[in-house]
Design a binder for this molecule. Structure first.
Ligand code: PLP
Length: 477
């Protein structure tokens, strides 16, 4: 066992390890190449009876654990949406970890509660959110969306469903392109996924407000109670932007809770030129975005804004004697603003990132990622056999290769899948896929914090090399 006095000498080895990791990250395969069970079998079935040294633990990290890691902070991580992090946020996490405070209520760390209030106010101002929206930090957008749906459920049942159960006729509306976390939240809320209506998208992959309205009017006639609409800015598969203004006007007319899922693209609203994405936000009851995706803040860090924090608190507040404090009601006890009681001090890393980048520094970084995508998209446009499946937007492209050898769309799907496997297995870059109108498409996100323009050119080269390899192996396709 180590004593606190041992920290300095041991941490020096760890700092050295982290420095080397950053220095060498581009030489590591972005996506781990191990097969299922490979890592598990490297370890003994029983835990060590006597402790092992830091040196030995570090050796095992290098030999046994590192090969099974996918390197999300590699500049050629272009899959899913990034979980981008930064040196600044890492430094903050070290301090947070050292203090290891559990910040469930104001009294268990007043600074954590007050910094959370401050930093969410800063973010509201950076995003130019409507006056009065208040923020709370959650672990993920999944949790934040669940908290919103639960509060919507409470509000429509006059705050009775926590007590007496959920009526069977509540309905939730979202787009056919919405993230799976919404379906999960609807299931957990007790409203039931059979009461979740997926609204068709238009040619821009955005929710069609006219269809939404007619569906809701019909549902009301049929005896359903529309509880919540979830609109997305930046859908996961195709970066669709649902039109919040017409949806919001309609939600407000019928008293339906409107939640905006901006998990990824919400960060772009910090750029004045993308503020149009949240036009109509004054009608929203809640909005979530993840600084842990595209705002250089270590996972986990998701911020939920609500128009009326009292409703959120009324949904989640439970008051056992052991949590009673004399400051109750005078301060924000964030345990009442969401599901878990225990809370990490997440505000510190957000505060640290905003302070050390400055708002302009954050804007510059975001704009550079968007510029990289413009360069990438232009090159793709100029490459024979390649198309954008949806218009490139922000730092996201959704593309498809149509090799001359393919006889039909099924063939094209298959070749794209093989191409993606080649790229990912090469270890040089990691991309992911989606289906658009039933057809396989490759997603490319240029959002790792330290990506530079040279990585865009490298990526194009990696794609071309993989095309050649797929063609060379075409007899095995
Ligand atoms: N919403 C959207 C649009 C997403 O793309 C994602 C994840 O990529 C989520 C929600 C879920 O995010 P989290 O992992 O923070 O729960």
């Amino acid at each position: 066992m180590l004593e606190r006095e041992d920290f300095k000498s041991h941490s020096e080895a760890i700092i050295q390890w982290i420095n080397n990791y950053f220095k060498n990250i581009e030489s590591l395969p972005v996506k781990s190449k191990v097969k299922p069970g490979d890592i598990y079998k490297l370890f003994p079935k029983e835990p060590p009876i006597t402790g092992i040294s830091t040196d030995e633990i570090l050796r095992q990290v290098n030999d046994k654990i590192l090969p099974g890691m996918t390197h999300w902070q590699h500049p050629h991580f272009h899959a899913y949406f990034p979980g981008n992090a930064s040196t600044e946020s890492l430094l903050a996490e070290m301090v947070t970890s050292a203090m290891a405070a559990q910040c469930m209520i104001w009294e268990t760390s007043p600074s954590a509660a007050e910094l959370e209030q401050l930093v969410t106010e800063w973010l509201a101002s950076m995003l130019s959110l409507p006056k009065g929206m208040e923020g709370v930090i959650q672990d993920t957008a999944s949790t934040a969306t669940l908290a919103s749906i639960l509060t919507a459920r409470e509000r429509i049942t006059n705050f009775q469903s926590n007590k007496t159960g959920v009526p069977g006729n509540l309905r939730i509306y979202t787009s056919a392109e919405a993230h799976s976390s919404i379906e999960k939240a609807v299931a957990i809320s007790g409203i039931g996924t059979s009461n979740m209506v997926k609204i068709a998208v238009d040619k821009n992959m955005a929710l069609d407000p006219i269809y939404l309205e007619s569906q809701i009017i019909q549902d009301i006639k049929d005896g359903y109670r529309p509880c919540c609409i979830i609109a997305t800015i930046g859908t996961t598969g195709t970066m669709g932007i649902d039109p919040i203004l017409p949806i919001g006007k309609f939600a407000s007319k019928y008293g339906i809770w409107l939640h905006i899922d901006g998990a990824y693209a919400g960060t772009a609203v910090i750029l004045p030129e993308y503020h149009w994405m949240i036009e109509g936000m004054q009608y929203a009851d809640s909005f979530v975005f993840n600084p842990h995706k595209w705002m250089f803040t270590q996972f986990d860090c998701s911020v939920l804004f609500v128009r009326n924090a009292d409703e959120l608190i009324r949904c989640f507040e439970v008051n056992p004697e052991y949590l009673n404090t004399s400051t109750r009601g005078l301060v924000n006890d964030y345990r009442d603003w969401g599901i878990p009681l225990g809370r990490r001090f997440r505000a510190l890393k957000l505060w640290w990132v905003i302070c050390s980048y400055g708002v302009e520094g954050i804007r510059q970084k975001l704009r550079s990622h968007i510029r990289f995508n413009t360069i990438f998209a232009e090159k793709i446009d100029n490459m024979r056999e390649w198309d954008h499946v949806t218009p490139p937007f922000l730092n996201f492209s959704c593309i498809r290769w149509s090799p001359a050898e393919c006889k039909n769309e099924e063939d094209v799907d298959h070749w794209n899948k093989i191409l993606l496997d080649h790229i990912n297995q090469s270890g040089k870059a990691y991309l992911s896929h989606t289906k658009v109108n039933g057809r396989f498409a490759i997603r490319v996100v240029l959002g790792q914090t330290y990506i530079q323009e040279k990585h865009v050119h490298q990526l194009l080269h990696i794609i071309i090399q993989a095309m050649d390899r797929v063609r060379a192996n075409k007899q095995t396709i």
